[in-house]
Design a protein around this ligand. Structure first.
Ligand code: NAD
Length: 446
């Protein structure tokens, strides 16, 4: 699925014109389809130390074609740059430059993934400098890669090994076509928890998942993706969207719950429905959200209050009900929709950005409350995604917003859904309180 401009500049005259004028030349991204191989070429594991050796062995066990040294002129599917043992900025040069020499050999839609350790708890300034250096390095390389290739990083918290379940889970996600629109981002593995699935194609088998705002857009894509990954679905939306909701429920063989999530008893209604119809509740995706844009100077109480009520207050209330219910305590997973507007800010969206910044704060503070039961909560922050919401933006503004990221195109609802499906899985059990951006590495703002 590509936009018309991308189709135009992909071949013949269009490609020549774009090249001559220096126009963006986005390519069709490699997106996961069941049965697809994880990668389409060999993976080069760069770096010294036990971490690199162990990761190379793990990749070999997945059936990948693993190299520890680049072969001349061979097209690579991915480079995994293991930097978990760096202790001084001087340690970065050799492995980074060696990996750099292979960047020209990356195949289209290839992957670069760094594995490093968190700088925040480094023992000395030199260790912190080396670790934080990986941040700037990775974000720059991501901006240099072309032809659908992406660069993302895994950051290990103290005591978490490179081969811990969620480090491997994150590595698999970043290498695969599931992370097509995730670029220039880091995921911190916060604990050694989590477990890799028996069947990589059905990581959510046996789980019951609730998706709010599922009648259309990103929510509908989330429902489809969780269903593909093996989950049983409860799809939620307002009564006015009942017909579309019923269609989605049928499509994913799930059940529909017509509910305004800003109702005070929404949490109880969700729990009751899941227990009565499916006998359990494992995953809640807070996707329902609204915009009521106005410059702050023109903002009225109605716009401000409705956005805060739907986008954050309802999530807080539903989470409280979930935590108090005693029915959501076996490795529960919550994933909440934030937005890059809530990180970088956006003109005319002070209410929306406040609510989405609120989601990020809520996720961070809720993570410890879920930890006891092996639970996790994370946020996904989409950038420009092709939906009815963004189709309403005036043409010129839309075209700029769509191109101003490292992949030079808008993301698809399914790209957001893939990140959510990963964070909802057992493989991500060691990742909590984090924000993952699905924005193609937005070039504007943070
Ligand atoms: P959308 O407007 O297409 O769909 C939102 C759905 O939520 C609709 O079906 C709507 O009926 C439902 N909803 C709204 N209020 C509700 C309520 N009170 N109770 C129950 N359901 C309710 O939006 P979308 O583009 O699919 O966005 C989904 C989420 O992703 C939102 O949280 C949005 O803020 C976020 N997001 C979207 C983008 C983007 O580019 N589209 C970017 C960043 C973040």
């Amino acid at each position: 699925m590509t936009d018309k401009y991308t189709q135009f500049v992909s071949q013949g005259l269009g490609r020549d014109i774009a090249k001559k004028l220096g126009l963006p030349q986005p390519v069709a991204l490699r997106r996961h389809k069941p049965g697809d191989p994880l990668l389409t070429g060999p993976v080069l594991v760069q770096g010294e130390g036990i971490g690199a050796d162990e990761l190379a062995a793990a990749l070999l066990a997945w059936g990948l074609d693993v190299r520890r040294n680049a072969l001349p002129k061979e097209k690579l599917g991915a480079i995994v740059l293991v930097l978990d043992a760096v202790e001084h900025p001087d340690d970065l040069g050799k492995p980074v430059l060696t990996a750099g020499a292979s960047l020209r050999d990356l195949a289209p839609n290839a992957r670069l993934v760094t594995v490093s350790r968190t700088a925040s708890s480094a023992a000395t300034p030199a260790v912190a400098a080396a670790r934080q250096g990986v941040d700037g390095l990775l974000r720059s390389v991501a901006k240099e890669l072309r032809a659908g290739a992406t660069a993302n990083g895994i950051v290990l918290a103290d005591g978490v090994e490179p081969t811990s379940p969620s480090a491997l889970g994150a590595l698999r996600f970043f290498l695969s076509g599931r992370s097509a629109f995730v670029d220039g981002q880091f995921l911190t593995v916060t604990s050694a928890g989590g477990a890799l699935p028996d069947d990589a194609e059905k990581p959510l088998a046996g789980k019951v998942a609730v998706v709010t705002g599922a009648a259309r857009g990103i929510g509908a894509a989330i429902a489809r993706t969780l269903y593909r990954d093996g989950a049983k679905l409860v799809v939620v939306d307002i009564p006015a969207a009942g017909d579309h909701l019923a269609e989605i429920a049928n499509e994913v063989h799930g059940t529909a719950l017509q509910l305004d999530i800003s109702r005070t008893n929404a949490g109880q209604r969700i729990i009751e429905h899941a227990m009565e119809r499916h006998g359990r509740l494992d995953i809640v995706i807070h996707n329902a959200g609204i915009t009521r844009d106005r410059l702050l100077a023109n903002m009225d109480e109605g716009r401000w209050n409705s956005v805060m009520a739907v986008n954050i207050a309802s999530q807080l209330r539903i989470n409280e009900a979930l935590l108090a219910s005693g029915r959501f305590n076996e490795k529960p997973r919550i994933v909440s929709l934030a937005s890059t507007s809530g990180i970088a800010g956006n003109r005319g969206q002070s209410n929306y950005a406040a609510s989405k910044g609120g989601v990020i704060g809520m996720v961070r503070a809720t993570a410890p409350l879920l930890a006891a039961g092996g639970g996790s909560i994370n946020a996904v922050a989409p950038g420009f995604i092709e939906t009815e919401m963004t189709a309403r933006i005036p043409f010129a503004t839309r075209e700029i917003a769509r191109r101003l990221n490292s992949l030079q195109q808008g993301g698809q609802p399914g790209d957001v859904a893939e990140a959510i499906a990963f964070l909802a899985s057992d493989a991500a059990g060691g990742i909590s309180g984090q924000v993952l951006r699905v924005c193609g590495q937005n070039l504007v703002g943070a």
